[in-house]
Design a protein around this ligand. Sequence first.
Ligand code: PAF
Length: 279
Amino acid sequence: MKIILKIVELQAILAVEKQKNKLIGFVPTMGALHCGHLALVEQAVAENDISIVSIFVNPTQFNDPNDLVSYPRTLEADCALLEPTGNAYVFAPPVEEIYPEPDMRQFGFGTLETVMEGRFRPGHFNGVAQVVSRLFDIVQPDRAYFGEKDFQQLAIIRALVRQLELPVEIVSHPIVREADGLAMSSRNTRLTSEQRKNAAIISQTLFAGREKKNRLPVGELKREVVEKINAVPELQVEYFDLVDGDNLQSVHDWSDSQYIVGCIAVYAGDVRLIDNLRF
Ligand code: PAF
């Protein structure tokens, strides 16, 4: 597996591969890789001739500067995890390579970006759109792989691809969970052992809540989920919503949509965790 830091070097390699009509699978990441990422990489390796993983902690998508500073950076360990997957290239550019000048582009995703994460993390999805469009421009992949844990991000990236008419297929992969149900996340490493134990209650409450679909009114079920999680030490729900999985707007009745997803963001101490479950 080759590690590449420079765009020109990556593009020279890719030009040769593309001439041979090789299918390129791309997994954009911010590093601190875990089994959730590895599942994406394994799928990319299996479905394409060549796979590329980018590792780039994108400053423009952090609305909280402390979050950017404390985001784990573990390139060496990440490469060790990637080595056995059969992934061909790791693209790990420095910030100046991706943003030689500040990126002033403003994207618009309408009501997809004003709810949930977009409401609590202003500017976040614009930053995601900036970096993903830049990376797609550099790599020109045939397929790109994203995890369903970032459910709203996936909807935004699909919208971005439609808006820019990019010739890339977006492939999603289901959430990978720890044995106790906690959604795998790079942020989990920042939890204290007590927080880590309690964080499992988030998904457990979602799964238990799903059992009550159609038995409790939507509003009551939402209140119950929030109250249960907030009763756990150090857990504080930022939002929990039941939304239509395509347009991400809140449902008010179970009959409002055939595709309802429960989306949640919870602080465990100062670590912000997200999760979602199809209801
Ligand atoms: O999901 C992530 O890790 C990031 O938001 C992404 C898509 C790699 C863009 O920086």
